[in-house]
Design a protein around this ligand. Sequence first.
Ligand SMILES: Nc1nc2c(ncn2[C@@H]2O[C@H](COP(=O)(O)OP(=O)(O)OP(=O)(O)O)[C@@H](O)[C@H]2O)c(=O)[nH]1
Ligand code: SF4
Ligand SMILES: [Mg+2]
Length: 434
Amino acid sequence: MSKQQEYITITLAGRVNVGKSSILNLLSGQRDFAIVDAHPGTTTDTVMARMEIHELGPVKIIDTAGVDEYSQLGGKKRKKTYEAVEEADLTLLVIDLINDGETSDFAVEKEIITRALKYEKQVLIIYNIFHHNFPSNKLKKIKNIASQKLNQDLPCLYINALNLKDQKKLIAFIMTFFRKENHQPDLIPIYGHKGYVLLNIPMDEETPAMRLLRPQDMVMERLLRKYLVPVLYRMDLKKARAGDKAEKKRFLVTIEHLRNSPEGLKLVITDSQAMDIVGPWLSHDISITTFSVIMANYMSGGNIEMFVTGLKTLLLLKNGDSILIMESCNHDRKCDDIGTQQIPRLIKEKLNLELKIDFSFGRVLPDDLKQYKLVIHCGGCMIDRQKYMRRIFKLREARVPITNYGLFLSWIHNPEASVRVTKIFRSNKDHKGN
Ligand SMILES: Nc1nc2c(ncn2[C@@H]2O[C@H](COP(=O)(O)OP(=O)(O)OP(=O)(O)O)[C@@H](O)[C@H]2O)c(=O)[nH]1
Ligand code: SF4
Ligand SMILES: [Mg+2]
């Protein structure tokens, strides 16, 4: 599990000038962490700050632009704010109690709450009180009016965001009401502190120098933590694919060596591009999966079956249907790139289909998802779990099935292989712990 994915994400949202950035400063304990100004619209885009809040652990706080700015730019800012709300584990909805408590219709605030709850996220209300010595009877009256108008059964807190003493109060409030949910399954559900796991990493023109890819790093970290021994193996995929007997022998000798060792071979994890080679080479009593399938299971909170179901859509596609190939980052593309070349070619050759294939690279989701019959997604290792889950929600909302590169590449050569690469997740589903 990477550090990046252990962050709790908290979004600060509300109208302009209600003290969102001041609350970010309050949480950080620094008055000048974010720019704060009496001018409405000071924060013009989502701003992310990572910090360690002792009681909560690593937290990613997203300060946002106010959602009630109705210029053309305001629409763009609002879109980003809503995205941040939909992704966050927790939204702190900030309301300027004295200015808005009596007069506002709270439509904007209700919209924020609706969006968060739709994405099964949590919301807490922060009433920010700008005036120190506001008469208490008047304040009580406004509090009542505001809570009646907002009409939400959500925990709320009254603070003065400029008062550093309210920091403790705010953190205690979050600690009391935020339910820290752990949706993340074990990255590699194999158990027992003994055994080798062979990682097949072919390395091609796209492989960056001087480092391994993030899923490979994550897998190694997990194996070490479990006292399992990762064995890194580089297959020459070109030779293997060309039927080179020596290349096959080199691989199988390594496998036999590990199998016959006292510790034994627990699992083979391969780059998904080599699954069509490695799968048939290995006898069925050897467990095998791919890095991409591991990531899909992990990022989706253990929902690998959703990607298996998505595969079945491939058999229902007709010429002219649109599908979307999605990657969560925008990397250099060299020859025979998986997303832009291999997958489209395999669809054409193996399924004999002429599809309309669109591509989406990076963090932004296309607006009109409904036009697609299927999404084929990469492992998604470069975005965090919250962003990935928002994608899954959006696709579910648009009723678009999703599958994954690793599953696709296993299935297209041999449908049985897609069952094989998901077996470790199904057979160990109920096992908790690492
Ligand atoms: N007196 C008092 N002033 C506050 C409080 N919170 C914020 N302010 C002031 O209100 C103004 C706006 O605060 P910001 O934190 O920038 O508000 P924001 O919601 O981030 O505003 P935008 O980024 O413009 O949407 C600043 O002048 C703050 O100093 C508070 O609790 N008490
Ligand atoms: S985000 Fe996707 S395309 Fe980018 S490196 Fe990770 S798996 Fe590959
Ligand atoms: Mg601001």
